[in-house]
Design a protein around this ligand. Structure first.
Ligand SMILES: [Zn+2]
Length: 304
């Protein structure tokens, strides 16, 4: 059994708190192999992807979950898509000169820093798109805090009023045989408990604090150990707290681009604009997510 590229859903404390545990390997490496990002940008993308998968797993939706950042730093934009089918794709914009300057300034060349440092000031937004005739759900929070998990926790506190605790993990390859890995674990206090109050407020507070302390004890070496299943790791943390494993969902890389989609976009453009985009009678476009290059004939596009 592969212990990565999945999300395990669980409950603890007699169902009072829900949990999610995401571990990513192939998905991250496929995304990063499609691009040739500087190491710091790869780290930002890997960390953002773990957060996106974790957040998407807490929402019931049929369609597309998107995490997007917009900021003024060396990595001014990151986009991660997670479909309800478990297909993930991601990409980022970056400014190499700004990355170099930022590293010089902090004298930390080569070290991986938490994502927000390289994103700069800006916002982190989530949207859930369930197709035509449905309401677009959107959440937004400032990119502030020591890492992305702090941003996300602030979002839940401010906008959703759901007590949430989460941690993100990142492993950068130290040599050519190693791979990128990222992970995240989350606990949420359920607002109501199926009509029955099992824990009074004081014991619930105590149980919550205890569960958070256990989560904080989870070490990167365990999280990234391929020989330990997510279920076993959760058992180590929460076996004394009435752990119930609910289900597991698999993830894989998947891009939603297609020749047909791009054709429809280009075909709807003004002939003058198409003319401006053409080079040697052709328009060539490369997908930012998967790197697939599509080429169209000017004559073809202008026909009809
Ligand atoms: Zn694509």
């Amino acid at each position: 059994m592969d212990n990565f590229d999945s999300c395990v859903s669980f409950h603890i404390s007699d169902g009072a708190f829900l949990g999610r545990f995401v571990r990513l390997d192939n998905v991250i490496n496929t995304i990063l192999n499609n691009h040739h990002y500087p190491v710091q940008v790869s780290a930002v993308v890997a960390e953002s992807t773990a957060l996106a998968a974790l957040l998407a797993s807490t929402i019931k939706y049929d369609g597309l979950f998107t995490l997007q950042t917009k900021s003024n730093g060396p990595v001014p934009m990151v986009v991660v898509d997670v479909t309800s089918q478990g297909k993930i794709r991601a990409c980022a914009d970056y400014d190499e000169e700004k990355i170099r300057k930022a590293q010089e300034l902090r004298k930390t060349t080569g070290e991986i820093e938490p994502a927000p440092h390289f994103m700069g000031e800006g916002v982190l937004a989530f949207t859930v798109d369930q197709g035509p005739n449905t309401e677009l759900y959107q959440g937004i929070v400032d990119l502030q805090g020591k890492d992305l998990s702090e941003c996300a926790m602030r979002y839940f506190k401010q906008s959703e009023q759901i007590e949430t605790y989460l941690q993100l993990y990142l492993q950068a390859p130290q040599n050519e045989s190693e791979r990128w890995k990222s992970a995240g674990i989350l606990l949420q206090k359920l607002p109501s408990h199926g009509g029955k109050e099992i824990l009074d407020e004081e014991s619930q507070k105590e149980a919550w604090n205890q569960a958070v302390i256990f989560m904080q004890s989870l070490q990167p070496a365990e999280v990234f150990n391929p020989d330990i299943s997510s279920q076993d790791l959760l058992y180590r943390l929460y076996h004394a707290d009435d752990l119930q494993i609910d289900k597991s969902k698999d993830y894989s890389f998947g891009c939603r681009c297609s020749r047909e989609k791009l054709w429809n976009t280009l075909h709807a453009m003004k002939p003058q604009d198409i003319d401006d985009m053409c080079e040697n009678g052709k328009i060539t476009a490369t997908c930012h997510f998967c790197g697939t290059t599509y080429s169209f004939d000017k004559g073809e596009l202008l026909a009809q």
